[in-house]
Each structure stands twice: as structure tokens, then as C-alpha cells.
Design a protein around this ligand. Structure first.
Ligand SMILES: [Cu+2]
Length: 217
């Protein structure tokens, strides 16, 4: 089932005449009709350190990268952002303004399927844009699948990555706020398979803060 849907994505890509698979992991800029889109996002340099809030101006390149990197493919409920290549940078936003509570955004899709190449070196960054005391968010990627309990003990089975909990933004005002960022690097598994990313803050995964993480061939 999973491989079939990945295959279908690849077929769709081929039909659209899209070239992917840059060795560097950067996407090729292309303009395409319809809702399927592919854009280049400049990979932010000098990623902010965990635990120190950054200003909105410093968060903006990360937001822009998150909104544009990878290949966005809209398939109804199973929207996917595909990252090809062996050197991948993914920026996830926790609750981008305008999106529902307890969601992750990539490419302005809430909780999309993330598809990556097997064996790729992945830099994963989380920018927490949420506001409010308990709006602490992190990311764990592993084999633990939904439905989730209130507390999901970590590490989970088959865990491949974790970004520790990051604090919400410091002010109601987006422009005046400080933003917390977490980053981890890991290697995608060598074999295709289906994993899940979720937020390890109690209640969050249970209330929907998760998505699929698919390792493609
Ligand atoms: Cu969360």
C-alpha cells in the first residue's frame, strides 16, 4: 500500500515532466500549473542554537524555506512533501499562524506526509511559532503509529530522530516575538519504509500533531 502510493507519486512526477534527484538535495525551480508545486528554497545558513530565542527577522528565512523547499504534491487527505537527494534539509513549523492548534506545517500543508530518499543525510529543524504556556512542541520520528495515548514514552520503537521540546514564542505580537528553534541531524534508514513524526508534548500527538514519514527507495 505504502510503496504503491509512493510509486504513484513518482509516476505523477514523471507525467508532469519534473526532474528530481539532485545530488546536492536542492530542488530545481520549476513553474507548474495546478496545485502541485515545486520551488527552490534557499537553505538557511548558520542555524540558530537551541534554547536561545531568535527575532522574527531571523525566523523569516526559516519560514520561507519551510514554505518552499521540497516538492509539494496535493493528494486530498494525503498531501505530501517530497525531498529528493542525499543531503536534505527539512524545516517544520509548529503551528504556523493561520493553521490549527497542534499541527506541523511544511510547504504550508498541515501534517503532510514527508517523503525522503533512503540513506539520505537529513538536517531537521523545528521552528515553534505557537503562543501560550503549554504550546511547547518537539518532534520524534519512529515506528510508533497513531492513535497515540496522552503520553507517548520516548524513545519509541524504531526511533530515528528527535528534536527536544522547544518553547512557544515569547509574545503575542508576531513581529516582536522571540522564537525558539531546534535542530537535529540523522541518516534516513537504508531501506524503504513508513515511519511517523509526532510531537512528544503530552496530549499533542493524541490530538493530531503527527504525520507520516516515508522513506523512499
Ligand atoms: Cu506539540
Amino acid at each position: 500500500m505504502m510503496m504503491r502510493s509512493v510509486k504513484r507519486l513518482c509516476t505523477t512526477m514523471a507525467l508532469l515532466g519534473v526532474t528530481v534527484g539532485m545530488a546536492s538535495g536542492t530542488a530545481v525551480a520549476a513553474s507548474m500549473a495546478g496545485s502541485d508545486g515545486m520551488q527552490m528554497g534557499a537553505m538557511p545558513k548558520d542555524l540558530p542554537k537551541a534554547g536561545k530565542p531568535i527575532a522574527f527577522a531571523a525566523a523569516q528565512p526559516l519560514i520561507e524555506y519551510s514554505n518552499s523547499a521540497g516538492v509539494r504534491m496535493d493528494h486530498g487527505k494525503r498531501n505530501t512533501v517530497m525531498f529528493k537527494g542525499q543531503d536534505i534539509h527539512i524545516v517544520m513549523v509548529a503551528v504556523e499562524p493561520g493553521f490549527p492548534d497542534q499541527t506541523f506545517e511544511i510547504h504550508r500543508l498541515a501534517d503532510p506526509v514527508i517523503a525522503v530518499s533512503a540513506g539520505a543525510k537529513i538536517t531537521l529543524t523545528l521552528l515553534n511559532m505557537d503562543y501560550g504556556g503549554s504550546m511547547v512542541h518537539g518532534v520524534v520520528i519512529g515506528k510508533a503509529k497513531p492513535p497515540y495515548k496522552t503520553i507517548v514514552p520516548v524513545p519509541v520503537a524504531g526511533q530515528i530522530a528527535e528534536i527536544p521540546l522547544t518553547m512557544p514564542r515569547t509574545s503575542q505580537s508576531l513581529g516582536r516575538s522571540g522564537y525558539f528553534v531546534g535542530t537535529t541531524t540523522f541518516k534516513a534508514p537504508q531501506f524503504p519504509g513508513r515511519y511517523y513524526y509526532f510531537c512528544q508534548m503530552p496530549e499533542h500527538a493524541k490530538s493530531g500533531m503527527y504525520g507520516q514519514f516515508v522513506v523512499m527507495r
